[in-house]
Design a binder for this molecule. Structure first.
Ligand SMILES: Cc1cc2nc3c(=O)[nH]c(=O)nc-3n(C[C@H](O)[C@H](O)[C@H](O)COP(=O)(O)O)c2cc1C
Length: 296
């Protein structure tokens, strides 16, 4: 049981040769989201957790007749009943439900390239950012959400029970990459005043990483950079993009560490026609990574 959990029930259950302990706790995460409570049932043999079940108050939609606490308390009764009657059947169906997150990515710098055009302007900027990272001695990975299989978040809140998403698609590897990265860079065009849909899908799915860090009780601090391009002229074109990206970063405890916003791109057609832009992008990356100003 974690320190932040409140004990609701504890009972000894004699089953077969052994005596097990069944514990129900509540963790109050209202400071994070109003009324978010996580209920955890653990079956213990000594210190070892043999089976674990979690449910949380956000899982239940307004029209759902169930609520998290009643479901948890009912499960305690049914676990107790089945365990004492038929331990073999219990252990055949109640496995430890919290797994270890997939761990494949290793980049120092994760770059999310939001444009569906793999050969567009944001792609050029991503290349400059990746180049600057590598020149500073850090590995970089550029992700093109448009080319990936990423299902939209369905708001099931299961991630606050397990620490990972119910969907195991290309997002699993992206979260793994961010877990290792020290810097996140978003390169995105403005689409209808906000970010393109595929990038927004990915941003929403990062909620599972927020859940993972919340359950672990440990938020890793990182830096984030935003590079964005608008076709039209005027800074107001970036109002929503900056809001969406800064909120997203702050939710994951990533410190927004600089924005480079370039408007009027439809007239110029090619970011390489913006005087000094490549140097500014490279310098911003180098400065955040090394603490020293890059060449400009
Ligand atoms: C569907 C769509 C919506 C767009 N909406 C906006 C917009 O609201 N404001 C704006 O300034 N530019 C808008 N643009 C223009 C892009 O931001 C601009 O062309 C950008 O440079 C494209 O980046 P890319 O070359 O990396 O694809 C839009 C472009 C598309 C295709």
């Amino acid at each position: 049981m974690e320190q932040c959990e409140e004990l609701l029930e504890r009972k000894e259950v004699a089953a077969g040769e052994g005596t097990y302990t069944l514990v129900l706790t509540r963790r109050d995460l209202s400071s994070l989201y109003p009324g978010l409570h996580i209920f955890t049932i653990r079956l213990l043999l000594g210190d070892k957790t043999l089976a674990l079940f979690r449910t949380n108050s956000y899982e239940y939609s307004p029209t759902d007749p169930l609520d998290a606490e009643s479901v948890a308390r009912k499960n305690v009764l049914s676990w107790e009943h089945l365990l004492s009657r038929d331990p073999e059947a219990f252990f055949a169906t109640h496995l430890e439900q919290v797994g270890t997150p997939a761990d494949t990515g290793r980049p120092d710098v994760l770059i999310l390239q939001g444009s569906p055009r793999a050969d567009g302007n944001c792609s050029l900027i991503s290349g400059w950012a990746a180049g600057a990272s590598e020149e500073a001695g850090y590995s970089a990975e550029v992700v093109y959400p448009h080319d990936l299989w990423i299902t939209g978040c369905i708001g099931c809140y299961q991630c606050y029970n397990t620490g990972f998403c119910t969907f195991d698609d290309d997002m699993t590897a992206i979260i793994s990459s961010l877990r290792h990265a020290r810097l996140l860079i978003i390169c995105t065009p403005v689409y209808t005043s906000t970010v393109p849909g595929e990038l927004k899908l990915l941003i929403d799915r990062f909620q599972a990483y927020h859940a993972e860090m919340t359950l672990a009780g440990r938020f890793v601090s990182r830096n984030g950079l935003l590079f964005s391009l608008a076709g039209r002229t005027g800074r107001e074109n970036f109002t929503c993009v900056t809001r969406v990206i800064h909120d997203f970063m702050e939710n994951l405890h990533i410190t927004p560490s600089g924005d480079i916003l370039v408007d009027g791109i439809d007239r110029l057609r090619d970011v390489r026609n913006v005087p000094g832009l490549e140097e500014r992008i490279r310098s911003a990356v180098t400065t955040v990574l090394t603490g020293r100003e890059g060449p400009s």
